[in-house]
Design a protein around this ligand. Sequence first.
Ligand SMILES: NC(=O)c1ccc[n+]([C@@H]2O[C@H](COP(=O)([O-])OP(=O)(O)OC[C@H]3O[C@@H](n4cnc5c(N)ncnc54)[C@H](OP(=O)(O)O)[C@@H]3O)[C@@H](O)[C@H]2O)c1
Length: 297
Amino acid sequence: MSTVKNVYALGASRNIGYLASLRLLAKGAHITFLLRNPTAFESDPAIQPYLSSSSHGQAHIVKGDALNINDVKRGWEVAGENGDVDLILFTVGGTPRLTLAHGFVLDPPNLCTQAIINVLTTLPSPSAPPKIIAITSIGTTSSSHASVPFLLKPIHNTALVAAHRDKIGLEKVLGHVCGKTAQWGYLPDKDAAGDELDGGVLGKGWKKTEGFPKEEDVATIVVVRPAMLVDGECRADEVDTSGKGRGKGKGKEAYRVQEGDLKNPYTVSRKDVAHYIVEGLLEDWQKWEGKCVSIAY
Ligand SMILES: NC(=O)c1ccc[n+]([C@@H]2O[C@H](COP(=O)([O-])OP(=O)(O)OC[C@H]3O[C@@H](n4cnc5c(N)ncnc54)[C@H](OP(=O)(O)O)[C@@H]3O)[C@@H](O)[C@H]2O)c1
């Protein structure tokens, strides 16, 4: 049985959120998925047995957009039908688009930032504060950007600026409510293009947004910053001959993960990030809670 029993997942229609959810469902957790397109799982044999219409009924779908606060609230209500939510799994993201007029843009530019504000400001008052796991990216802070390999710097300085601006917003909001920003490294007030975040993706006076929970109500956040994501296999599973995972039997761990920055973070597969979330982070929560970690091969 997993350490979590009731999960509210946003951004889990595919990739890391979805892959981590499958692992959690297999361990017996209930998951409420906020999906813009509820048909996403329709022809998916992996998740079908868990849908609420089946006998197991551990996967609950709420049609909704994380940018719509009423949809997010509805997600909380449905998740609450299975007791207090003990994990918010936040893996929302968007793909920057190249435009002639403005270069690479994210639409909307504050996708993750606004979505996490919606989640936090609608948080019900449970008896125990939920854990929060949020995916951002390597390259968000100045020290993390400095650790990016030379070959990847051009893409970080162009195509990813808009996405990172939004991820810094997301980290700042989480840091604000849990008071951990200082431990997560310097979170810049400007992005790589020199644009102000407060008043930009964050909106002027964002800290005064009504409904932000108190620090003690969300004391348990982990921010995971992955290197460039690839669709490769789960190396941790491949080499998991000992039952303990993460490279046992090969003389080294399948992926590197640590608080702060990693040296030369090139890539990591979505499957290995999902593996870390469920088999590493959640299995050893006390080791990681409150931290901002980087993950790469
Ligand atoms: N690509 C990289 O190399 C890289 C590197 C580091 C970090 N990241 C970040 O890591 C995170 C996870 O990436 P991933 O590749 O596993 O997932 P992904 O393919 O980016 O999926 C993003 C998820 O967010 C959902 N989403 C987007 N807008 C939404 C909205 N308004 N309301 C509700 N859901 C919404 C999508 O749902 P729909 O099905 O409705 O679109 C999808 O489930 C993302 O934030 C990504 O930016 C990416």
